[in-house]
Design a protein around this ligand. Structure first.
Ligand code: NAP
Length: 302
């Protein structure tokens, strides 16, 4: 199939492109800077354009059966008012413009797989959270809900819309794990706050396989938690990571007030979490390669 992708130059997008190319799909990746990537690499064609603005890139969407929407300003830093605005607008405007571009398909079948996050549910303590649960009330929950609402408008154009609510995506070359690895390799990794907050995770290889599952199964639509079936707490995650790296000692937790002092509102995100369960994927019989964290981390860090 022909696939159009926003955010395909990022951590998840690069893995997804590799996986989908191996399955024989053709991919066009929209990027704000073609200089950084060249026009074509390994079978992926790069197209320059800003997804937050309307432009000629939208015509290309009409030639593609599948659109995958990953673009978004990173959330990993202290949030100023301007940063928060960029977090929101980079997702809402991109999704709005992509959905408008689907009008170029002129009534032909289209599939839109748009990203969201389990942050949609907000902080949930020890409650098990599946796709039936309602949205939370914090900033990231509001962003996720608006992001999803924009994508779901494509249903009015006859598209099959799937919302992929990611947990923390684990890969050795990007995302949260790549940020944590240096500290753990140097024996200075430690849990955050109480360490009891849930840490919903997924191996990037499983996430890529889930996209194939979404594309090939024509009945799938709506929101899906893209997390492994074995969520762990932050403390369990840190212990398992330390063990996978052969480090037997774990430092005491970093107190929550220090994390909040350094990272502000974003610090609160690290100190809370969701015990998210991929209920709909399980009901549909999706088979995870890495359902448990130990095997996932051994695959990624050894
Ligand atoms: N990684 C995770 O654990 C995780 C968890 C939950 C949700 N997500 C969401 O999944 C998506 C992909 O994650 P990722 O880790 O692959 O992200 P990433 O590595 O930061 O890549 C995101 C891509 O989006 C584009 N982008 C960045 N800032 C933008 C802006 N201000 N306006 C328009 N486009 C912008 C960039 O493409 P160009 O520079 O080429 O234009 C970039 O390659 C993101 O939306 C993220 O929020 C990720």
């Amino acid at each position: 199939m022909k696939i159009f992708m926003t955010g395909g130059t990022g951590f998840v997008g690069r893995h997804l492109c590799k996986h989908l190319l191996q399955e024989g799909h053709e991919i066009v990746v929209l990027t704000r800077s073609i200089k950084a990537h060249g026009e074509s690499v390994g079978g992926v064609r790069f197209l320059e354009g800003d997804p937050t603005s309307v432009g000629p890139w939208q015509e290309v969407v009409g030639d593609c059966e599948v659109s995958i929407n990953l673009a978004g300003e990173s959330i990993f830093s202290r949030w100023s008012k301007e940063k928060k605005e960029r977090i929101v607008q980079s997702r809402i405007l991109t999704t709005r413009n992509l959905v408008r571009a689907l009008e170029h398909r002129k009534g032909e079948d289209a599939i839109l797989i748009s990203t969201s996050a389990v942050g949609y549910y907000g902080p949930r303590g020890d409650e098990e959270v599946d796709e039936e649960c309602g949205k939370g009330t914090d900033f990231l929950a509001d962003v996720a809900a608006q992001w999803e609402a924009e994508a779901l408008r494509a249903e009015d154009l006859g598209a099959r819309v799937v919302i992929a609510r990611f947990g923390v995506v684990l890969g050795r070359d990007g995302g949260a794990l790549a940020k944590m690895l240096p500290a753990f390799r140097w024996y200075v990794g430690s849990p955050l706050g109480s360490g009891n907050q849930w840490f919903p995770w997924i191996h990037v290889k499983d996430l890529a396989r889930i996209y194939s599952f979404f594309i090939s199964n024509g009945k799938i639509r709506g929101p899906f938690n893209c997390t492994a079936p074995g969520p762990v707490t932050n403390r369990q995650f840190c212990l398992t990571l330390a063990q996978a790296l052969g480090r037997s000692v774990l430092l005491p937790s970093v107190p929550g007030f220090i994390i909040k002092m350094i990272l502000g509102e974003f610090g609160s995100v690290l100190l809370t979490g969701q015990k998210a369960i991929p209920r709909r994927l399980q009901v549909l019989g999706f088979k995870f390669l890495f359902p448990g964290l130990k095997e996932a981390l051994e695959d990624l860090v050894t």
